[in-house]
Design a protein around this ligand. Structure first.
Ligand code: HEM
Length: 402
């Protein structure tokens, strides 16, 4: 069921682009009290590139309340670098092709089993994402609905609950408490198996446990914090992004037909180009948040130079930057030949999405399975409308053989 709040959110998102177009021209840096917003591509990239002065410290207390420190809430510290390196040693570039294959195989199974219609969120994206993570990380949830609920509740509090609403915060604490216990158990069981010399899967959990802290590895508790953050950062983002991509393509018959041709031809690069261009028009998030650490001037030496107070919240309008004609050619056109550098879907600078390379194949693989068959169409009536619960898409019905 779509809540009234989510309806309002969607309306705001739908009408944001024209507002941001005007702002980019007449007031590219907006300051209202202790809040600021940057809308031009140059300024968006400059703020995201200056992690020393525009910090992510606001995420830290909520991650700490959920489990403990996680890289996205850490500024460029020793702890950030250690955890980032330990995760990179376990979540490797060479795993990406196998993740693409696993996603495509699982998504094809779902599409084949669905018959003549499929809900692209609840029957396709959510179970496939959950299954891929469970096998790759080695940390399955008790079941898919529970894992989705934990991830969504925690993500909403850490990243979206800007006003610190108590209901959202309490729900996240309850989810995190269940998830911590569950992860602690999985970590302890796997550690015991490794110590007993049993055969264990070569998944991310095993890799992390096999690297001792003195060799750059993580303590078990830090492994838990990071799994909690990674799972919460993976499920809701990919699920929403996929729903947004399908919704955008369904509204564009020509592009949908082009994406289906590319999928049938097995042209993964071209499917990916359709996916990430569709996401520019209907992004997973339209902005990121930073806190100004010490007083700063944004765009110094220009006519728009603006002083930002220490402690101000700065909304970094990434979608607006992807429509800035100073940086993006013919931004109103849907094009599949744009350079990758056009896109800010995964942020920029120090905190660029850790899953960037995974996303570049994971989302297109989901799309390929949906698009490679006969022409798809939106289901008639309510089932064919994108429905949301809170900030998350939860349903969008598509006919597979109309
Ligand atoms: C379509 C899916 C995804 C989208 C749109 C997305 C988006 C983003 C964005 C915009 C950021 C930067 C946040 C900021 O600067 O405030 C980010 C950071 C991050 N993402 Fe993703 N993400 C996705 C999937 C994933 C996946 C699959 C993983 C795990 C493998 C992941 C893990 C992370 C982590 C750990 C960070 C923090 C990196 C750091 O601080 O160095 N994300 N993501």
């Amino acid at each position: 069921m779509a809540s009234p709040a989510s309806g309002i959110l969607q309306t705001v998102t739908d009408h944001l682009r024209p507002v941001l177009t005007v702002l980019r021209r007449v007031r590219p840096i907006v300051v209202v009290g202790n809040n600021a917003m940057v809308t031009r591509a140059d300024d968006v990239r400059a703020v995201l590139g200056d992690h020393e002065h525009f910090t992510v410290s606001h995420y830290a207390p909520k991650m700490a309340a959920a489990s403990g420190p996680f890289i996205l809430g850490l500024d460029d510290t020793e702890l950030y670098r250690r955890d980032h390196a330990a995760l990179r040693a376990a979540i490797r570039a060479e795993d990406v092709p196998a993740l693409a294959d696993a996603t495509l195989a699982a998504a094809r199974e779902r599409v084949a089993a669905a018959g003549s219609r499929i809900d692209v969120v609840s029957q396709l994206a959510d179970p496939v994402i959950d299954g891929v993570i469970a096998a790759y990380f080695g940390t399955p949830g008790p079941d898919t609905p529970t894992q989705l609920r934990w991830a969504r509740d925690i993500f909403q509090d850490v990243f979206l609950n800007v006003g610190n609403g108590a209901v959202v915060h309490d729900r996240a604490l309850a989810a995190a408490s269940e998830m911590r216990e569950h992860l602690d158990r999985l970590i302890a069981e796997r550690r015991a198996q490794i110590e007993a010399g049993e055969d264990v899967a070569d998944d991310v959990l095993t890799r992390l446990l096999r690297t001792p802290p003195e060799d750059g590895g993580l303590h078990d508790i830090a492994i838990r914090h990071n799994f909690l953050g990674l799972i919460a950062g993976w499920i809701p983002t990919v699920s929403k992004a996929f729903a947004m991509v399908v919704e955008e393509l369904l509204r564009r018959p020509r592009e949908l037909a082009g994406a289906q041709r590319a999928a049938r031809d097995g042209d993964h690069e071209l499917v990916a180009a359709y996916v990430f261009e569709a996401l520019r028009f209907r992004p997973q998030t339209w902005a990121l948040l930073r806190i100004c650490g010490t007083e700063q001037v944004i765009a110094p030496g220009t006519r728009r130079a603006t002083r930002i107070r220490a402690g101000a919240r700065v909304l970094v309008a990434t979608q607006s930057a992807m429509f800035d004609p100073r940086a993006v050619e013919a931004p109103g056109q849907f094009r599949v030949d744009r350079p990758w550098s056009t896109y800010l879907h995964f942020g920029d600078g120090l905190h660029t999405c850790f899953g960037l390379q995974i996303n570049r194949v994971h989302l297109p693989a989901l799309a390929t399975a949906l698009l490679e068959g006969a022409p798809i169409a939106r289901l008639p009536g309510a089932s064919g409308r994108l429905r949301t619960e809170g900030p998350y898409p939860t349903a969008l019905g598509v006919a597979l053989r109309p």
